[in-house]
Design a protein around this ligand. Structure first.
Ligand code: FAD
Length: 97
């Protein structure tokens, strides 16, 4: 089977390659940058539906083991006060049946 060419080793490209591998489809990931960004990670959090996709790719358990779970985010900004947003309540996966 000819490999699928995936352009870009960001989260979309890497997860695409992982999901293709789960279906025994070979792929080649091409990345324009010669090295990882030195700015650090852009990700503070992953929402549950994103974790479901990581779960299908077989890497959610390792990510959960390294992270913490929270359901409410608060942003503090003077002089306006604070803003609070709730994530999905704890419970079932959004995609599993
Ligand atoms: C400041 C900031 C904070 C963020 N915080 C969060 C967060 O907390 N949680 C969250 O879920 N998301 C966050 N995001 C969003 C998240 O980073 C993006 O949604 C995600 O990176 C998009 O993934 P992507 O693979 O589509 O693109 P990218 O991550 O941009 O990856 C694309 C890759 O393709 C490469 N590329 C481009 N063109 C070519 C080419 N022609 N050939 C080969 N390679 C190529 C690029 O070099 C790059 O590595 C944040 C974004 C920013 C900017």
């Amino acid at each position: 089977m000819e490999p699928v060419l995936v352009a870009g080793a960001g989260p979309v490209g890497l997860v695409t390659a992982l999901l293709l591998a789960r279906w025994d489809v070979p792929s080649v990931v091409l990345e324009a940058r010669e090295q990882r960004s030195q700015d650090g990670s852009r990700a503070i959090c992953f929402q549950r539906d994103v974790l479901d996709i990581f779960d299908r790719a077989g890497c959610a358990d390792d990510m959960l083991a390294e992270g913490v779970t929270w359901t409410t985010g608060r942003t503090f900004s003077a002089p306006c006060g604070s803003y609070s947003a709730s994530a999905f309540p704890a419970g079932r996966s959004t995609t599993s049946s």
